[in-house]
Design a protein. Structure first.
Length: 382
C-alpha cells in the first residue's frame, strides 16, 4: 500500500483527527492511537485499522514514553486546543529536536494563531467563520450546516491528511520534518475556493438559495416522488436539460426558458408535479441510461445494493457486519486495503506496541504497575 512503513502516532480526538488517522491507516500506515487511561470507551468511531495504546499523559513517565514513541515515528497527529501539547512538554520544539524528521500535524478549528486560537468550537462554528455557512441553506431560511461534513472532515481531516502526505513527499528530498498547522476554518474555506473564485462570473449574485447551484434553479434540485422518496436533478447544460424534459414528457415549447430566473418558481412547480406522479423506481427506470443527470437519492439502506455501487464494491462490510464506504480514491497498483477487523478497544495494543518500539517486558510491567500505561483485553468489547 502507498503508505506502508509510515508510523503515525495519533492522539485521540473527537472526529476530524480520527478521520485523518483512518485515511492514513486505510492506505497502509501503521497508526497508533494514544488513548487516555481509565476511559471505558473510545469516542473514535473511525478507528479502522488502528492500534490503541493507553498512556496517562498527566504523568512525567507518560510524557517521556510518548516522546520516545515519537522519536521512532514519522508523524504525530494532535487534535487538542492550542497550547495543550506545549503544556505537556510535547510541543513541536521538543519533539522535532529529538526527531528532526518528524512530521508534526496539528488539527484545530481556528489554527495556531489569531484571537480565536484557544477557543473551543465545533464544525458549525468553523464553517461560520469560513464564510461558507452564510451561503448554505434555502432561500429565506436561516443558514444550515450540512451535517458536520465540511469543516470537520473536508476542511479538517482530509486537508490534514493531504498536508501529511505532502510533508512526507517533501521529506524524501530534504530529509526534514515540519509542522503542519491545519485550521478547519481555512480548510473549509479552501474547499470552497470555487465559490469564491466563481463570484466574478455572477454565479452567486443572488441571495442564498436563489442561485443556480444552491437550490435556486429548478433544474438543480431534489424532487419528491409518489412513494415519498426523492430524485436528484442536475440538468444544467442545454443538451442534458433537453433529456430531462424528454424523461418528464414535457414539451419545451410550452415551458418558460431554462435560464429565465424570474420563471424558475413556475418551472419548479411543474417539475414538482411531474415527479410526484411516479415512484423513485419508475423515475430511475426512465432516466437510467440517459444523459438527463437525474439520479435517485439513495438512503444508507439502498446504497450498497445499487447496481453501480455494487459493481464497484464501493461499500465494504467489516467482520461485525457493519457497512461503510471503502477508501477513496482507488490507486491502480497500490490500492488501500481497509482492515475488516473490529475497532480496537482502549489500550488493546499497549504491550504489543511498546514491545515493537523496543521496550523490555520489565519496563512495560513497571509502567503498567505504576498506571502510566494501561492494557485492556479485547473481552472489554463484549
Ligand atoms: C461536531 C463535531 C463533534 C462531534 C463529536 C461527537 C461524535 C462526540 C461528542 C461527544 C461524544 C459522546 C460522549 O463522549 C459520551 C459517550 C462517550 C463514550 O465513550 C462513547 C459514546 C458517547 C455517547 C460519545 C459519542 C460521540 O463520540 C460523541 C457524541 C466536531 O466539530 S469535532 C471538532 C472539535 N474541535 C476540534 O477538534 C478542534 C481542536 N480541539 C479543540 O479545540 C478542543 O480539543 C475541544 C474539541 C474544544 C475540546 O476541548 P477540551 O477542553 O475538552 O480539550 P483540550 O483543551 O483540547 O484539552 C485536552 C485535555 O486532555 C488532556 N489529555 C489528552 N490526552 C491525554 C492522555 N492520554 N492522558 C491524560 N490527559 C490527556 C490534555 O492534557 C488536556 O488537558 P488540560 O485541559 O488539563 O490541558
Amino acid at each position: 500500500m502507498a503508505l506502508a512503513g509510515v508510523r503515525v502516532i495519533e492522539l485521540a480526538g473527537l472526529a476530524p483527527a480520527p478521520f485523518c488517522g483512518m485515511i492514513l491507516a486505510d492506505f497502509g500506515a501503521k497508526v497508533i492511537r494514544v488513548d487516555r487511561t481509565k476511559f471505558a470507551t473510545a469516542v473514535d468511531t473511525q478507528a479502522r485499522g488502528k492500534q490503541s495504546v493507553a498512556i496517562n499523559l498527566k504523568s512525567t513517565e507518560g510524557v517521556a514514553l510518548l516522546r520516545k514513541l515519537c522519536v521512532q515515528s514519522d508523524v504525530v497527529l494532535e487534535p487538542y486546543r492550542k497550547g495543550v501539547m506545549e503544556k505537556l512538554g510535547l510541543g513541536p520544539k521538543e519533539l522535532l529536536k529529538e526527531n528532526p524528521c518528524l512530521i508534526y500535524a496539528r488539527l484545530t478549528g481556528y489554527g495556531q494563531s489569531g484571537p480565536y486560537a484557544t477557543a473551543a468550537g465545533h464544525d458549525i462554528n468553523y464553517l461560520a467563520i469560513s464564510g461558507l455557512l452564510s451561503r448554505l441553506g434555502r432561500s429565506g431560511e436561516k443558514p444550515y450546516a450540512p451535517l458536520n461534513l465540511l469543516a470537520d472532515f473536508a476542511g479538517g481531516g482530509l486537508t490534514c491528511a493531504l498536508g501529511i502526505v505532502l510533508a512526507l513527499l517533501e521529506r524524501t528530498r530534504s530529509g526534514k520534518g515540519q509542522v503542519i498547522d491545519t485550521s478547519m476554518v481555512e480548510g473549509a474555506a479552501y474547499v470552497g475556493s470555487f465559490i469564491w473564485k466563481s463570484r466574478r462570473i455572477g454565479l452567486w449574485d443572488h441571495p442564498k438559495g436563489e442561485n443556480m447551484l444552491d437550490s435556486g434553479a429548478p433544474f438543480y434540485d431534489t424532487y419528491q416522488t409518489s412513494d415519498g422518496k426523492y430524485m436528484a436533478v442536475g440538468a444544467i447544460e442545454p443538451q442534458f436539460y433537453r433529456q430531462l424534459l424528454k424523461g418528464l414528457e414535457l414539451d419545451d415549447k410550452e415551458l418558460p426558458e431554462q435560464m429565465s430566473v424570474s420563471d424558475w418558481p413556475e418551472l419548479r412547480r411543474i417539475f414538482t408535479k411531474c415527479f410526484a406522479s411516479k415512484t423513485q423506481e419508475d423515475w430511475s427506470r426512465i432516466f437510467d441510461g440517459t444523459d438527463a443527470c437525474v439520479t435517485p437519492v439513495l438512503s444508507f439502506e439502498q446504497v450498497s445494493s445499487h447496481p453501480h455501487n455494487q459493481e464497484r464494491a464501493s461499500f465494504i462490510k467489516d467482520s461485525s457486519g457493519e457497512e461503510s464506504p471503502r477508501p477513496a480514491p482507488v490507486l491502480s497498483r497500490t490500492p488501500a486495503e481497509p482492515c475488516l477487523a473490529s475497532d480496537p478497544v482502549i489500550g488493546e495494543h499497549t504491550v504489543e506496541v511498546l514491545e515493537e518500539y523496543g521496550f523490555t517486558s520489565a519496563e512495560i510491567n513497571q509502567m503498567l504497575a505504576a498506571g502510566v500505561v494501561e492494557c485492556n483485553a479485547v473481552k472489554a468489547k463484549l
